[in-house]
Design a binder for this molecule. Sequence first.
Ligand code: ASP
Length: 313
Amino acid sequence: MSPTPVLRQLTDIDDLDRATALALLDRAQALREVAGGRAPALDTLAGRTVVNLFFENSTRTRVSFALAARRLGAEVVDFHAHTSSTAKGETLLDTWRTLHAMGTDAFVVRHADDDAVAALAAAIGPDVPLVNAGSGRRAHPTQALLDALTMRQCLGDWSGLTVTVVGDIRHSRVARSNLKLLRLLGVGALRVAAPAALHADDLDDPAVQRFEQLEPALAGADVVMALRVQHERMAQGGSPDPAAFHADWGLTTARLARAAPHAIVLHPGPINRGVEIASEVADGPRSMILAQVGNGVAVRMAVLEALLAPAPR
Ligand code: ASP
């Protein structure tokens, strides 16, 4: 099996150099059978406790971090913000202090605020194992890792790939972390496609081609990553009409025909059928959406292992 990389915290892709990113991906690949429940769980993290601290909704990320920890032999504590003392006004840092005082080892944090996870990392210091499970629009590093792994499994090394990210780029932490990681890994070409209002100025970069129409952005693409319209991050009344969005920006089989014949379709989920993606594409032969989900457990195992193994801290 490939060796376990060592990492204390993963708050953003900036915490990784290329060698560490590759080592995490190789380790995740090696862990796939255990991650998928097809091989017995490991005991690498026996006696360690991982806390899932989620202040924003989640299905895939929360469950896959819990499974990843359990399949490494760790115990998991699931913290629910809406039924906790957060509802009584307790701050994130005080919540962390409380849970840390109970003898827990690693923290997986999701928060609606762009800066919450970075601020927590600054407050608790660099030695406490911490993973960002999605912070506002800013970062979602384990999503980017699982996306990169899925690309490599389907299409080989990233250097030959043209990757098109399409949809609500502006509000997407998935887009931000993916662009950073794919550049770090040396992707062939990067494209972002969105209506003008859903582009993000902070992502303007000569290395990223920007499109305001879908069809040309899909031409010859090897990977098409569709993103959900993130209504929860938009001002009231600012959301596009779902049917109108689908008419201009929905990923349909007819539109996908412009991509490379072997192109794969990714989506971080949750999908909104008939909005950013048609069911025929989401459920079609090019869709790797459920493969992404499976890779999520493997990547999160690799990350937790890197944070906590081998020596207790
Ligand atoms: N699940 C992803 C995230 O947490 C994408 C989304 O919510 O649309 O960012």
